[in-house]
Design a protein around this ligand. Sequence first.
Ligand code: AHR
Length: 320
Amino acid sequence: MTITRRAMLGGTLGLVAGGLTGCATAEASGSLISVGFAQTGAESTWRAANTASLRKALSRRNGFELMFIDSQGRQENEIAAVRSFVTRGVDVIVLAPMVEGGWRDVLEEARQAHIPVVLEDRGIDASGSSLYVSRVGDDFRHEGALAAEWVVATSDPATRIVELLGTTGSSAALERSAGFDEVIAGHGFTVLDAQDAGFTRAGGKEVMAAFLQKHGDDIQLLFAQNDDMGLGAIQAIRAAGLEPGHDIRIVTIDGTRDALVELIAGRLNHVVQCNPMLGPQVASVVRAVHSGKPLKREYIATDRVFDARAAKEVLATWPY
Ligand code: AHR
């Protein structure tokens, strides 16, 4: 993992600690920072929490004038949203890129207009370029590796695996696959199938039903690249007369409340967190870029793993 060169997110990070102070007066003095935020859509429970976190942090009360666009799962909508923010001349653009590719032209337009772009959540395939100033997100490769470490630690080498993948071309899916594959390599596991289920519950249910139709009892373990797909798969497994968590063991990524409940009930076996509460850090980065302060290239959230016992400990106060 290359996480050591990155700044870790958390309550102790300097930018966050200082970022939202003194903002209450900004609204009164009319010095709000205008921000255009292009979100991917509302495909998952994680996404809803992520949107809520950014909306709250980028509020008028905190000194921001927020223009929010839900791109409804279509990159062309997201590109149009960014273009509309450029036309309006916002101070800063925040972009949650649906997929890695296809951003050069519109981000070049933002650059020409001298509007800084902050990426939140996923990355783009122009990591070394000046098309964006900073990214606030999670380490997807590490998350995939953590899921695989649990597989390696708890599974017979003859275990047959299926995978529900996230949106094709998204950095979340690509990097989780890379991290997972790297760790399971050489252990003898058989991956029977792996398919895009769009990070949605309905997609997870549908693709898992097709896997069960095709591979039947051969499937012993499911790696779902997010909780919602794993929760949809639980429904398909039950509909096929099998017991999720027992006949087919399941590991997912996100750490939503819904998944923690299923973990405690024994229908999921392991959950890796992907922290969606990125709003305070995004607000700090936006404020810093607006006032010309130096920024790190990436701000990466700290993620943890859950078994049923750990899930029980946090459930009462878990925020998403
Ligand atoms: O990019 C983060 C991923 O996108 C989350 O794991 C998933 O739930 C969301 O839709």
